[in-house]
Design a protein around this ligand. Sequence first.
Ligand code: 5GP
Length: 184
Amino acid sequence: MRIEDVEGELDRILLTEEEILTKLDELARQVEEDYKGKRVPLLVGVLKGAVVVLSDFAKALNFHAEMDFMAVSSYGHGTKSSGVVRILKDLDADIHDRDVLIVEDIIDTGLTLSWLIENLESRGAKSVKVLALLRKPDAMKVHVPVQYLGFDIPNEFVVGFGLDYAEKYRNLRAVAVLAKHVYS
Ligand code: 5GP
């Protein structure tokens, strides 16, 4: 979906598709370098948000990319995650002795991600690294190592490139701050 299709619903554009794809390309070159001579890492996406980033990142890689997906839900309601996570869909692959690269859309508090890293490590993965397109300042509060980062963004609610508001805007070709009137 193009920006002009929902222009009246957006406050401002933070990142265009071009900027995002350029960055994912740069990150792909780094990943290729870091995993040179090793078995290709398993790309793990957390549904649903990471699907768009994982798809574009995988296409930017110049080696075969294996992909797998998990769906998780945080216990507790409200806008802040609690850090207690339930697996709704588990990986298909056995990750014992595999290098795993988690691909994330955004890190907010980092609670979900730090749980996930621990969970995948406990299954005997050889290594667990993280690629995230976006990171908010709150992520600094819990230490989550991010080896491949796209952009640090302000502490505002954003949509697009996999991120939704009530299941909408996931397929927007940009990352944008929603206009206030959309919430009310
Ligand atoms: P946390 O890092 O707080 O455990 O959770 C991160 C998750 O919260 C993301 O995967 C995403 O689903 C959601 N989230 C955090 N910030 C935003 C945002 O600005 N916009 C949207 N649409 N989702 C967000």
